[in-house]
Design a protein. Structure first.
Length: 244
């Protein structure tokens, strides 16, 4: 089995019902296709016998401009997906204490006081505590229980995994899939950079132009002149008119 087959199998194993998984899969697979097509295009562009060495480099770089821009967009999107995945895990909540349940709140406060009274070495290894006590610790700031932020985050992660096993599994699979997609994109970027055959100093300016180009907000598409609903919607958008 080739490296490409291993990567494709990984992408196909992601939960395709989740939008991030579908995007990771699409970006990762596309990286291989971009590499194949762009390398061939660069070779063809540089095959003109009437071009000198500088002309051949220019031809290669012109052929690779769009593929390299697409790879740059892929990198940016993968970074956004990674940030969203981490935020999704962090946002998972524990079952809250019923509002006004004073007894439960006092019980949890007492549990945190017990933890604060423990020797430091025991406070650094709290995974063996009961789920109820761990929940009491996690539902308050780490300082309240006298533990470090890293221990607090570890306990939160373990408790969330117990409370939301399917969601945590899906997000962690995406994070692992992201690593495969990032590697596929990185290797494609490396191959295209080699194919572009940049002279000293050329690559920085070339990439700066691409970065500036992809940073621009997308231009709104013009509505189909035969689509009356689209024309009305565009008119309302431009003039800030709310639809009734």
């Amino acid at each position: 089995m080739s490296t490409r087959d291993i990567f494709i199998r990984k992408f196909d194993s992601l939960n395709q019902e989740r939008i991030p998984s579908r995007r990771i899969s699409a970006i990762g697979k596309a990286a291989f296709d971009i590499r194949d097509a762009a390398a061939a295009a660069a070779s063809t562009a540089a095959g003109n016998p009437h071009l000198n060495e500088a002309g051949q480099r220019n031809a290669k770089q012109a052929a690779l401009r769009d593929p390299l821009a697409e790879i740059a967009r892929s990198k940016a999107e993968l970074r956004r997906i990674a940030e969203q995945a981490r935020a999704e895990l962090k946002a998972l909540a524990l079952p809250p204490i019923e509002k006004g349940d004073v007894i439960a709140e006092m019980r949890e406060a007492e549990m945190r006081a017990i933890v604060r009274a423990m020797p430091q070495e025991k406070r650094d290894t709290l995974s063996k505590l009961s789920p109820g006590m761990v929940a009491a610790i996690v539902r308050a700031a780490p300082e309240v229980s006298g533990i470090s932020r890293s221990v607090h985050e570890q306990l939160h992660s373990e408790l969330i995994e117990t409370a939301h096993p399917e969601k945590v599994a899906a997000v962690r699979a995406e994070i692992e899939g992201l690593q495969f997609a990032e590697l596929a994109v990185k290797e494609t970027d490396k191959a295209l950079t080699e194919a572009a055959d940049f002279a000293p100093g050329e690559e920085y300016a070339f990439r700066a132009q691409i970065d500036a180009e992809i940073a621009k907000p997308p231009q709104p598409t013009k509505p189909d002149p035969n689509d009356l609903d689209a024309i009305i919607s565009e008119h309302r958008r431009r003039h800030g008119i709310r639809a009734e």
